[in-house]
Design a protein around this ligand. Structure first.
Ligand code: NAD
Length: 363
């Protein structure tokens, strides 16, 4: 099977879908890999490294399976070959037009954000691997913006108290943010509406913040569900008090397929100390802070609010390495006897395949 790796075209995207180590494994398994010249350069992987791994350099869109990170641009859709497969993070649920175009071109499209969060799919779980990068980087961004040290310092010039970091939403990104802030020596608290995460937050050395009257919103598949209006009002009141004590708030709360819940209101921001920082990882889906603007820093009452939308792209080497491993595991799941063999009775194939044989398969 011929596997293609184009250079990503979205502005600011520095990741690449496959890295040389993984290419070498695919070649060893009998596949051909064709990489667009320069595809890995922004992530730190040279054309030579791909060549040494056994890839050829050329037009990646001639392949049977094209592996991407971001959704294809209109020009790329034009290059997609009839009958070929396309794998990547296409946010299919919110890109109906793109999905329709790919179906029309008779491309078989796999949108990896739709992978079920089941044990069998863990090695393919791009959401987890990229959220790990985002959670880590969010804390570094906050540490570089807040006008304080993170750790407590005892120096000849005096004793400096540690920064207080509050992480809202303790999923994959949130737990990584907690771990990173702890490593930097901050005093860290975590909050989530899924009580199951309390133990995980505490095992990282952070305090789990619990509302007097605990809100429990565990939905299906380990995800959270939307709170009722009354629960949400109580949550906002609780968090307005909690954020007052924080130098840094990292927010990661999300509900699949919905707008991100608002957790920090304008009034709550106004209650924070000047110099405090909010890094809102939910910016792309509307933001956890009422004042967040995607990719545009906001300063309100001395509080800086950052809403970066693609932090994994700022850690492109490791983010690509993890992504590539996820993609290779996904391909291994689909390929039998050197070819893609789709079994729509399989949960992983059914969930991720959004176009096939000229049809849109999403319900
Ligand atoms: P996510 O990105 O959907 O959400 C991030 C966090 O926000 C979640 O912990 C969620 O509970 C929380 N949240 C939602 N609404 C909130 C609110 N109003 N207030 C506070 N917090 C709120 O989550 P994720 O990181 O993708 O992880 C989702 C779940 O899937 C987790 O339980 C994770 O452990 C699980 N998971 C399972 C597997 C697997 O078994 N293969 C792999 C990865 C993740």
């Amino acid at each position: 099977m011929k596997i293609g790796v184009p250079k990503e075209t979205l502005a600011g995207e520095r990741r690449v879908a496959l890295v040389p180590d993984i290419v070498a494994k695919l070649v060893k398994d009998g596949h051909q890999v064709v990489v667009e010249p320069g595809a890995g350069v922004a992530a730190g992987f040279t054309d030579d490294a791909f060549r040494t791994a056994g890839a050829s350099l050329g037009d990646a869109w001639t392949a049977d399976v094209v592996c991407k990170v971001q959704k294809p641009s209109p020009a790329e859709v034009g290059k997609a070959r009839e009958g070929a497969a396309l794998v990547g993070l296409f946010q299919a649920a919110t890109n109906a037009e793109l999905v329709g175009q790919l179906a029309k071109r008779r491309v078989t499209t796999f949108s990896l954000e739709r992978l079920p969060r089941i044990t069998r799919a863990q090695a393919m779980d791009v959401l987890s691997s990229q959220a790990t990068a985002a959670g880590y980087k969010a804390v570094l961004l906050a540490a570089g913006t807040v006008p304080k040290f993170f750790p407590m310092l005892v120096t000849a010039a005096g004793t400096l108290s540690p920064a207080r970091v509050l992480v809202l939403g303790a999923g994959v990104a949130g737990l990584q943010a907690i771990a990173t802030a702890r490593r930097l020596g901050a005093i860290v608290s975590g909050f989530d509406v899924r009580p199951a995460v309390k133990e995980q937050v505490e095992s990282l050395g952070a305090k789990f913040l619990a509302m007097e009257e605990q809100v429990q919103a565990e939905g299906t598949g380990g995800y959270a569900k939307e709170l009722s209006e009354d629960q949400h009002r109580r949550e906002l009141e609780f968090l307005a008090r909690a954020v007052k004590d924080a130098d840094v708030v990292v927010s990661t709360a999300a509900i699949p397929g919905k707008r991100a819940p608002v957790l920090v209101t304008r009034a709550a921001v106004e209650g924070m100390r000047p110099g405090s920082v909010i890094v809102d990882l939910a910016a792309e889906t509307g933001g956890n802070c009422e004042l967040t603007q995607a990719d545009t820093p906001v300063v309100h009452h001395g509080v800086t609010i950052l809403g970066p939308v693609n932090l994994p792209a700022t850690l492109p080497l490791h983010a690509s390495q993890m992504y590539a491993r996820n993609v290779a595991s996904f391909l291994a799941h689909l390929v039998k006897d050197g070819k893609l063999q789709l079994d729509f009775a399989d949960e992983i194939t059914r969930a991720t395949c959004v176009t096939h044989d000229g049809k849109v398969l999403m319900s």
